[in-house]
Design a protein around this ligand. Structure first.
Ligand code: SF4
Ligand code: SF4
Ligand code: FES
Length: 479
């Protein structure tokens, strides 16, 4: 393991590490635009320049992201020479940049904004007019490009070459007329990982159409969660309005809506990436909700419906339960410990691949479109659903089961969160809270457990599954 010096302090490096990697690991910050820990080194922005002292008392400058650590090397990251060069680099980058932070979605998260304040802070050094380019170039149906803000770091190009594998972005032309463009075969539009370029763009050049001008990021809070879109269980942050800003929301629905979803880095699950389905969780979680308990389609108070379900369970002779593979580890364990011994239990797929959806690939996407199938099967087995002769009660937990498959004459208790035609056909319908309203854990296909936290409160007429199962198994009121 080589030992070298940063700002005269000894630092250990792993064999093969660059100065950038070793410095960041040891807590010495070096600024970077084009370098990304999960992409190849491009070395084009030069902001990571550092000074190296040689053994004869001289010094030389080079970029930290492409410089391997050498035993005994002496690196200065904030010398006078480095500070001066860094400032000149920023002034060059800003020659044609519009600095329109006031209307830029990246403001508050932008490396260029931060470095400008930290290392430059000067007015423009050129009196020539800035080169103008298109402000809203449609790269795909999901992403627009502001050419004027692009600093040509090439991260987005390398992402499609090295991670998603679509090779769908490139740089056209030369010098200050260079433009990021999508290939003409439409591959960027169908790249299921395309939105990752929005996150890795160090400036506000690549913008999500969904999030465009929706909110300033400092009004938002990121709650740790898990994408339920497949058994990968990618760790995500769900961004929603901070509660302290609720009084200022012109539309009260903004207080309980998902503004955007970004990856939460977890090397054991998804690294720093997610697929576009994970970005679109609002389309799953913000479907019309079922908020009232019902008896054969007639709305009733929740305790009355629980009493009715309890009576059906008590009188059934051959009850079957179809267990949700969207339930958390805690909910599955609660069902197992309270009600499972009354039922023949089968694990059900709540979701199957939708038309046009990529079913599987060798990046992240897995074929089972349920986040907790592995944990459900571990508790309730992997047998296909079968209704024994004489089945007289079916408890259906979650979506994805067609009532046309119910055994003739069986009563139905249905636990679901969304408005669906089946709700009104159940003998007892019990509305459940959803993932964004509670905390829990999922176990992904590799056995890695991740947790999710609540973003919003649930309505009082809606039940959480754990206390609901306890109430169904006993005569206690629901908590
Ligand atoms: S669009 Fe963003 S990520 Fe792509 S080259 Fe320009 S600055 Fe870099
Ligand atoms: S790979 Fe699966 S879990 Fe990850 S974001 Fe996509 S759908 Fe969600
Ligand atoms: S981060 Fe090193 S050259 Fe860009």
């Amino acid at each position: 393991m080589p030992e070298f010096f940063i700002n005269r302090q000894p630092v250990h490096a792993e064999p093969g590490q660059t100065v950038m990697q070793a410095a960041l690991a040891a807590g010495h910050y070096i600024p970077y635009f084009c370098w990304h820990p999960n992409l190849s080194v491009a070395g084009n922005c030069r902001i990571c320049i550092v000074e190296v002292e040689d053994s004869k008392g001289g010094t030389w400058m080079d970029i930290a992201c492409n410089m391997p650590v050498d035993e005994g090397m002496r690196v200065l990251t904030d010398s006078e020479g480095v500070t001066k060069r860094r400032k000149e680099i920023l002034q060059m980058i800003l020659l044609n940049h519009p600095v329109d932070c006031g209307i830029c979605d990246k403001a508050g998260e932008c490396s260029l904004q931060d470095y400008h304040y930290e290392y430059n802070g000067e007015r423009p050094v050129s009196f020539d007019p800035k080169v103008q380019a298109t402000k809203f170039h449609p790269l795909s149906e999901r992403i627009v490009l502001d050419n004027e803000r692009c600093i040509l770091c090439s991260r987005c190009v390398r992402f499609t070459n090295e991670v998603s594998g679509t090779h769908s972005l490139g740089i056209q032309h030369r010098g200050d007329h260079s433009l990021i463009r999508a290939s003409e075969d439409g591959a960027f539009g169908s790249d299921p990982y395309s939105d990752n370029v929005i996150d890795i763009c160090p400036v506000g050049a690549l913008l999500s159409r969904n999030f465009l001008y929706k909110s300033r990021v400092w009004y938002l809070k990121a709650t740790p969660s898990i994408c339920p879109g497949c058994e990968r269980g990618c760790n995500v942050d769900i961004w929603h309005r901070r509660s302290e800003w609720k009084l200022n929301a012109l539309d009260p629905r903004q207080n309980a809506s998902i503004d955007r979803v970004t990856p939460r880095e977890n090397p054991a699950v998804n690294g720093p990436w997610i697929c576009n389905k994970g970005r679109d969780l609002a389309a799953i979680f913000e479907r019309p909700r079922a908020e009232r308990a019902m008896l054969k389609g007639t709305p009733v108070e929740l305790p009355l419906a629980i009493d009715a379900a309890r009576a059906l369970i008590a009188s059934a002779r051959r009850p079957v339960a179809l267990v949700s593979s969207w339930a958390s580890n805690e909910e599955l364990a609660a069902f197992k410990s309270t009600l499972a011994n009354r039922f023949a239990c089968f694990v059900k797929s709540d979701w199957t691949p939708q038309p046009g959806e990529r079913v599987e690939d060798d990046v992240l996407i897995k074929p089972d479109k349920n986040p907790n199938a592995k944990a459900a099967r571990a508790l309730f087995g992997a047998a296909p659903i079968a209704f024994p002769d004489g089945t007289d009660l079916v408890l259906v937990w979650g979506e994805g089961f067609s009532f046309t498959q119910l055994p003739r004459g069986a009563s139905v208790i249905y636990l679901n969160s969304y408005l669906q035609p089946e709700n009104g056909h159940a003998d007892v319908f019990l509305p459940l809270s959803i993932q964004t309203e509670r905390r829990g854990r999922y176990t992904n296909f590799e056995g890695t457990v991740s947790n999710f936290e609540p973003c919003f409160g649930k309505k009082a007429t809606v039940a959480d599954a754990e206390p609901l199962f306890a109430a169904l198994a006993t005569h206690e009121a629901i908590a």
